[in-house]
Design a protein around this ligand. Structure first.
Ligand SMILES: C[S@@+](CC[C@H](N)C(=O)[O-])C[C@H]1O[C@@H](n2cnc3c(N)ncnc32)[C@H](O)[C@@H]1O
Length: 253
């Protein structure tokens, strides 16, 4: 029995190595949001935990994973060995890049890839909708037989003033003074990723929790969350953040 570092009604955070903590927890999560150490810098925490994709597959069948293109190419065999199938990816566009090289384009984006296990039909996949202000396309009668997606048949399209969210998500990185160096933004990034892959009231797992941004995003969207973080100073950062219950917290779906 491992004692949580932080716990409230919706979020539990453990301090320790995810590879040791996870097997001690008896959980099944609807979705994992994984922001692993990419293993691309000399920072002390930036060490790829070997075979973590196989470990995570024992606790969930749906996962968003942050990474660089290089990381996914270098580690693709670990995802395959873990039984993960790729569904698709989105691009996180940040306001500013963090690289110091002068021989390549300034990197202002990261990949976020969605992976799943088992039949696709059993995976929660609900694309968030965004407001749309273009021409209203209501009542466009349609009789179609598209070959690439199968027969659809006759239906009437009703324009509800929304559109499916686009796959390039612009959201400035938080960059708080004294904060986690790779903290991800809640609004515009973690929030839609969680809403896509986890039903309201469901459980989100973050095995490399850092500043607790995913845990915070999960509770703000009305999901529950379990996080694990290896460094105690980052656990403290996350606990401080989570102990402040936001004013607009309402568990909205
Ligand atoms: C890319 S950061 C996550 C940042 C986080 N998404 C946020 O928004 O703050 C990866 C984190 O994984 C932690 N970490 C690295 N190896 C770990 C392990 N084996 N178990 C648990 N945490 C680990 C690091 O300390 C680091 O805080």
């Amino acid at each position: 029995m491992i004692e949580p570092y932080y716990r409230d009604d919706t979020v539990t955070l453990y301090h320790g190595d995810a590879r040791e903590v996870l097997p001690a927890l008896s959980i099944t999560a609807h979705l994992a949001v994984v922001d692993p150490p990419y293993g691309e810098t000399s920072l002390d925490w930036d060490v790829w935990p070997d075979q973590w994709p196989a470990l995570i597959s024992e606790y969930t069948r749906s996962m968003w994973c942050f990474g660089s293109l290089r990381m996914f190419f270098d580690r693709h065999h670990e995802f395959a060995e873990g039984g993960w199938k790729m569904s698709h990816g989105v691009v996180w566009e940040k306001a500013n890049g963090s690289g110091f090289t002068t021989d390549r384009f300034r990197g202002v984006h990261e990949q976020v890839v969605h992976w799943y296990q088992g039949p696709w039909g059993q995976i929660h996949a609900d694309v968030p909708k965004v407001a749309y202000s273009g021409p209203n396309k209501s009542a466009r009668g349609k009789l179609s037989q598209t070959t690439h997606t199968g027969a659809i048949g006759a239906h009437t399209y009703t324009d509800d003033g929304t559109r499916m969210m686009r796959s390039v998500l612009y959201a400035p990185a938080p960059r708080r003074k004294g904060g986690h160096p790779t903290e991800k933004p809640v609004e515009g990034l973690l929030d839609p990723l969680i809403r896509y892959g986890c039903p309201a009231g469901g459980l989100v797992l973050d095995p490399f929790a850092g500043s607790g941004a995913t845990l915070d995003a999960a509770r703000l969207s009305g999901r529950r969350a379990i996080g694990i973080e290896g460094r105690e100073d980052y656990c403290e950062m996350a606990a401080t953040r989570l102990s402040v219950m936001p004013l607009d917290f309402g568990g909205a779906a």
